[in-house]
Design a binder for this molecule. Structure first.
Ligand code: NDP
Ligand code: AKB
Length: 262
């Protein structure tokens, strides 16, 4: 019998991360759960062990604290049972760019970008060496929608998309699967945590539906999964247009329109 890979999930104490934990446990995967709230992680872990007979380790960590981040990197490097990383922990933003202060910016960028990137980097050499493994990065549709007015949050999610697409190109030849999941508004605690009254929001997807769709994309080995996008060809067209730019970049000279004065 092939042993299923253990799944390490960040931000597993609530919302999308907790739902991934539930779904992977139901599939029979052992889990490592990471978030700050030890009590919530322990409660979830106890339920998942009892319901599914899987092993669940709890690793409380604040991924914006250097020592905690190093501890999770070390676990990812050293524990060769871990074959799937779900890079999910993230924070949202309230207010416009003009309302942000230094500590809010640091917190957002450190969690959404630095921690996610370092955890992916910690596990990658081992995955490449074994020729297997999967990295799931949770982005957002806001990452390609500056119109939503969440400049820093959206920029962190644009980073997640770019990183995931780049890692897909680099790592898929080595047998490593990389998926970017881009949810649209989903009913979780993220809104309240950002000080946003969820009752002011238009309709949202329920978190179970979001994660089930993301896992359907995972099972199909999609590179980019956008559960709320109903016309898949829109994404294909955007990607086609982006790749088309490549053939029109001629870097020896500036384009003719810039050689004219005025
Ligand atoms: N809900 C939505 O509408 C959307 C969400 N997303 C993305 O989905 C991901 C999950 O968010 P969602 O489930 O909605 O939100 P939740 O607020 O429910 O979950 C966030 C998780 O991250 C953990 N977390 C927060 N800060 C830290 C930290 N410093 N260190 C470690 N863990 C931390 C929280 O646990 P704890 O407090 O215990 O640390 C919690 O488990 C995020 O990356 C978000 O950007 C993307 C698009 C839409
Ligand atoms: C969770 C958010 O704040 C954001 N609007 C998103 O949809 O990603």
């Amino acid at each position: 019998m092939t042993l299923l890979p253990t799944v390490l999930i960040t931000g597993a104490s609530s919302g999308i991360g907790a739902t991934y934990a539930e779904r992977f446990a139901r599939r029979g995967h052992n889990l490592v759960l990471v978030a700050r709230d030890r009590a919530r992680l322990e409660t979830l872990a106890a339920r998942l062990r009892a319901d599914n007979g899987v092993t669940v380790d709890v690793l409380p960590a604040d991924l914006t604290h250097p020592a905690d981040l190093i501890a999770i990197e070390t676990r990812l490097r050293d524990d060769d049972r871990i074959g799937i990383l779900v890079n999910n922990a993230g924070l949202s933003q309230s207010g416009g760019f003009a309302q942000q202060n230094a500590s809010a910016i640091d917190g957002l960028v450190t969690l959404n970008i630095t921690a996610l990137t370092r955890l992916a980097a910690a596990v990658t050499p081992r995955f490449v060496q074994s020729g297997t493994g999967a990295i799931v990065n949770i982005g957002s549709v806001v990452g390609f929608l500056p119109e939503f007015g969440m400049a820093i949050y959206g920029a962190t999610k644009a980073f997640v998309l770019f990183l995931s697409q780049s890692l897909h190109l680099e790592l898929s030849p080595h047998g490593v699967y990389v998926q970017a999941v881009l949810p649209a508004a989903t009913r979780t605690e993220i809104w309240a945590r950002a000080g946003i009254d969820v009752s002011t929001m238009p309709d949202m997807m329920e978190v179970g539906e979001l994660v089930d769709a993301a896992l359907a994309g995972f099972d199909r080995r999609e590179t980019v999964t956008i559960p709320a996008l109903h016309v898949a060809e829109r994404w294909d067209a955007l990607e086609g247009a982006r790749q088309g730019l490549l053939s029109d970049l001629k870097q020896v000279h500036a384009a003719e329109r810039y050689l004219r004065q005025g």
